[in-house]
Design a protein around this ligand. Sequence first.
Ligand code: HEM
Length: 162
Amino acid sequence: MSQVPQPLNSNPHYLRLGGHEQVVRLVDAFYRVMDTLPEAAVIRAMHEPDLTSTKAVLVKYLSEWMGGPKLYTPERGAPMLRRRHQPFRLDASARDAWISCMRLALDEVCTDEALRMELIAAFFKVADFIRNTEDGGGERAHPGRPREIHPGDPAAPHQSQH
Ligand code: HEM
């Protein structure tokens, strides 16, 4: 059996989606949907009216998260998404609203159904990991070490060579 190590993420989600331009389209579609979907009104209200800088940060994050160029951590440091979302009340309905926006955005931007399903499953894990509010309003304890939150490389930080 060959012992040659295989590169991690040799076909990263970033490339499968279509690269930078497609990540930008995805983020634009995501926030456009968030602006219009009734069940997303609560999470839209957690954001500033002007989404310009929020979009730019999400593009950088998703580029890196999907195995593309590392645009986020050099600028913002470790993602620590649970901590960064602590100011917001993220319960199951906020999580599901976020996922609905992303699902519709992916439907619009990504023609590869298998990729859409993989990404939504991975997004769901992140969204549920950062959920900090139980149904009924109580604080939700940290669920433990994050697991399987990268689409291509479940447990470890991204090893992309970009
Ligand atoms: C569960 C539902 C979620 C809600 C309601 C939510 C809401 C928010 C809000 C209000 C901000 C602040 C925006 C700003 O200050 O401009 C934010 C930041 C951010 N969110 Fe979420 N979010 C959710 C899930 C997610 C998920 C699943 C991801 C990643 C896959 C994510 C990635 C980010 C990133 C990267 C930032 C910027 C962090 C930084 O400041 O560097 N969010 N989110």
